[in-house]
Design a binder for this molecule. Structure first.
Ligand code: OAD
Length: 234
C-alpha cells in the first residue's frame, strides 16, 4: 500500500465548529496571540492562558468530527495513512484515524511544569473535581502544578523531526486547511521527494509551488474530490 501523508491545519476542523485563527472572526482577532499562545505570555499571565485553553476545551467536547475527518479514515482501507496535524483538537482520533502526530500539542492534555515528561489526560486526571476540563495556576495533579500541553510560540516543536521523516517517506502528500503562515509546520512541503503528487485542499489557499494540485474547497467537499482522484489509482 502506498504511504499517504496528510498535513492538516485549523481549516480541517472549521466545519466541526472550531474557530480557525487567521480567517475573519478567527481566534487571533479576539485574543492577542502573544498573550494567550506564547511562552512570554505564559510567564506574564498564566491565569489568562489557563482560562483561554479551558474555554477551548469546553468548545471541543461539544464538537464532532466532520465528513472530512471521516473521509481520511476511509482512506486507511486503501493506503497507509499518516496524519500530521497542527490542530490541538482530538477530532482526527475521535473520527478513528490510527496514526496522528500532533505538531502543536494537545488541548485535552496538560503537563507538569517541573517535568515535561509527565503528561496527563483530561478529564480523567481531574476526575472528581467540579470542572475536570479546567485548570488554574493552583491545579495540582499527582503533586505537580501543570500547564497546557501546547507548543507556545517561542518554544521548540519536538514532533517536527518525526513529521519530516514521514513527509520524506510519503508516496502522496496532502495539505488541508492551513494558511501556511506558521513555521516550521509550513516548511513540511519542502521535504516531499521529487515526483511525489502533492494536493492542497483549502477554500482560500495560500500561494504554493506550481507542482501542487490545489483543490479550492472546504475540507469535506475537498476530501470527497481527493478520495475520487486517489481511488482511481490506489
Ligand atoms: P489559520 O487560521 O492560519 O488558517 C486556516 C486555514 O483554513 C485558511 O487557509 C482558511 O482558508 C482555511 N479554511 C477555512 N475554512 C475551511 C474549511 N471549511 N475547510 C478547509 N479549510 C478551511 O490556521 P493554521 O494554518 O492551522 O498554533 O494555523 C497554524 C497555527 O497558527 C495553529 O496551529 C496555531 C496558530 O497560532 C498554535 O496555537 C501553536
Amino acid at each position: 500500500m502506498k504511504k499517504l501523508v496528510i498535513s492538516t491545519g485549523a481549516g480541517m476542523s472549521a466545519e466541526s465548529g472550531i474557530a480557525t485563527f487567521r480567517d475573519a472572526g478567527g481566534l487571533w482577532e479576539k485574543y492577542p496571540v502573544m498573550d494567550v499562545a506564547s511562552a512570554d505570555g505564559f510567564a506574564r499571565n498564566p491565569a489568562l492562558i489557563h482560562r483561554f485553553y479551558n474555554e477551548r476545551r469546553h468548545d471541543l467536547v461539544k464538537a464532532q468530527p466532520n465528513a472530512g475527518h471521516r473521509a481520511i479514515v476511509e482512506l486507511e482501507k486503501h493506503f497507509q495513512v499518516y496524519v500530521i496535524t497542527q490542530n490541538v483538537d482530538d477530532l482526527h482520533e475521535r473520527a478513528g484515524s490510527r496514526n496522528v502526530l500532533h505538531l502543536h500539542g494537545e488541548l485535552m492534555k496538560v503537563r507538569a511544569l517541573d517535568d515535561e515528561s509527565r503528561v496527563y489526560s483530561l478529564p480523567q486526571a481531574l476526575e472528581g473535581s467540579e470542572d475536570p476540563l479546567s485548570t488554574t495556576v493552583d491545579t495540582v495533579i499527582q503533586g505537580h502544578h501543570v500547564r497546557p500541553h501546547i507548543v507556545f510560540f517561542q518554544e521548540a516543536v519536538p514532533n517536527f523531526e518525526p513529521a519530516v521523516q514521514l513527509v520524506e517517506e510519503a508516496d502522496i502528500f496532502v495539505v488541508i486547511g492551513t494558511s501556511l503562515n506558521v513555521y516550521p509546520a509550513a516548511a513540511l512541503l519542502h521535504y516531499v521527494r521529487r515526483g511525489v503528487p502533492v494536493y492542497y485542499i483549502d477554500p482560500n489557499p495560500a500561494s504554493v509551488p506550481a507542482n501542487v494540485h490545489v483543490i479550492r474547497a472546504g475540507a469535506s467537499e475537498g476530501m470527497a474530490e481527493l478520495s475520487r482522484i486517489l481511488l482511481q489509482n490506489p
